[in-house]
Design a protein around this ligand. Structure first.
Ligand code: SAM
Length: 222
């Protein structure tokens, strides 16, 4: 099947069951208008995030990589009234766009965006004891996926889910010789997962409007 077909199937799914509402469309439009890169999850993927977070009854969610807040809105919509989502974003100008979109979506009370490199934000989260998180979405700088996963695992509970996006990287995940540090990080992430008895995990390849990629989903068991 061609990339054109993959895009057409995504478009059909969006048309039938996964259309963005006004708040989500506006979040994407504002991000584009502000010059943010167009690398948010697709609408069907966004719905998957909502669906998974709802499935585990998430009351606390952690997100690595806010961008313009598109996935953040999908995730925060899964939360109950008293639920809380912390999203970590390196770029203040991205966080500003995201905050406005999240506020407009009526989710400002539930979402906190912390600005700065995520690895530097984590010690404060440790000190504040904000976890455990019921759902973690890892979607920031891909070279640090293994570090983010390690932190998320320590700050989860049995029954939590951790989803790491963009692990397949056009198929280079299967290539031991691929020199890209982001690919090497995903390979090392898988090697770590293989030795990690506390999680039950799998990786699913995806095709769609954004090409060939995939995600790893891990259930924390102990
Ligand atoms: C793929 S985008 C996130 C997309 C977003 N989750 C969505 O689907 O709407 C990755 C984001 O991670 C941010 N980022 C990159 N390096 C980071 C770091 N070290 N710490 C925190 N955020 C980082 C980028 O600025 C960018 O906004």
């Amino acid at each position: 099947m061609s990339e054109e077909t993959h895009g057409a199937v995504d478009a059909f799914v969006v048309e039938t069951i996964a259309a963005d509402d006004e708040a989500l469309s506006a979040a994407l439009a504002d991000a584009t208008a502000a010059g943010l890169p167009e690398i948010a999850v697709t609408p069907p993927q966004g719905r998957l995030l909502t669906l998974l977070a709802r499935s585990v009854g998430a009351r606390t969610i952690l997100e690595f990589g806010t961008l313009g807040g598109y996935s953040t809105i999908h995730l925060a919509r899964a939360l109950p009234d008293e639920g809380r989502l912390i999203s970590l974003e390196a770029k203040p100008e991205f966080a500003e766009v995201a905050r406005a979109s999240i506020e407009r979506a009526g989710l400002g009370d539930k979402v906190e965006i912390r600005v700065g490199p995520a690895l530097e934000s984590l010690p404060a989260l440790d000190e504040e004891g904000v976890g455990p998180f019921d759902f973690t979405f890892i979607d920031a700088d891909k070279v640090n996926t293994p570090h983010y996963f390690a932190w998320a695992l320590e700050n989860s509970r049995p029954g939590s889910l951790i989803l790491a996006d963009n692990v397949v990287r056009g198929g280079t995940l299967a290539d031991a010789e691929d020199p890209d540090p982001a690919t090497k990080a995903q390979r090392s992430f898988h090697e770590t997962l293989a030795e990690e008895p506390r999680v039950f995990a799998t990786t699913i390849q995806t095709v769609g409007a954004k090409g060939h990629d995939g995600f790893t989903l891990a259930l924390v068991e102990s």
